[in-house]
Design a protein around this ligand. Structure first.
Ligand code: SF4
Length: 192
């Protein structure tokens, strides 16, 4: 069963697929990101994308971990909204309801990076190759990264780990302005 947030997200997405509407000057939060922003996909269909490159980050709150999109402008830029709607309009409403987080994340990677950079490692989906691509990294003897377990587009748990085995989505750990993780067979710490 879809959670309330995902339901709202899909309702908004289907509305945008009927015709995007641009800035929502009537919203009391407008502009929540930048003046002139496109509000057609206010509830991001890729949430939680777990891709730091877009500006989001993992935050701990009193109710647990959340993916904060406060610093992501990407989904509010008109050209990106148009690209997202062009791709998603190729699928039926029923398919968009039934598809999982991985389906949407792959589409986002293709739009943002031009290709899917994440890779499956057994039952885990490793997003570190996407985030570490083109970053300045130094090899270290050992470090840790994060395993994010998702359920129906919600973060169920976050664990620190240092192996690729297991389930969940593997992302770098952000610490002191650096990314820690595992890339091309070695432990690395990279500049953000
Ligand atoms: S960081 Fe941006 S693209 Fe990612 S889930 Fe948040 S709003 Fe969507």
């Amino acid at each position: 069963m879809l959670g309330e947030l995902r339901e709202r997200t899909l309702v908004e997405l289907f509305g945008a697929l009927e015709g995007k509407y641009g800035p929502n000057y009537e919203c009391k939060y407008y502009p929540c990101h930048f003046s002139g922003q496109d509000c057609s996909l206010c509830y991001c269909p890729f949430y939680p994308c777990l891709l730091y490159d877009l500006g989001g980050e993992l935050k701990i709150t009193s109710s647990g971990y959340v993916w904060s999109c406060q610093n992501c402008n990407w989904i509010h830029k008109t050209e990106n909204v148009e690209d997202v709607l062009a791709v998603l309009s190729g699928y039926s409403r029923q398919q968009l309801i039934e598809e999982d987080w991985y389906f949407f994340n792959r589409i986002l990677q293709e739009l943002y990076y031009g290709t899917e950079l994440g890779v499956w490692e057994g039952n885990a989906y490793n997003l570190m190759p996407a985030v570490f691509k083109d970053k300045e990294c130094e090899e270290v003897e050992k470090t840790e990264f994060l395993r994010v377990v998702l359920k129906d587009f919600e973060i169920e748990s976050v664990h620190r780990c240092n192996t690729l085995e297991g389930e969940g989505v593997l992302i770098p750990m952000r610490d002191n302005g650096r990314f820690h993780g595992f890339y091309n067979g070695r432990y690395v710490i990279c500049k953000i």
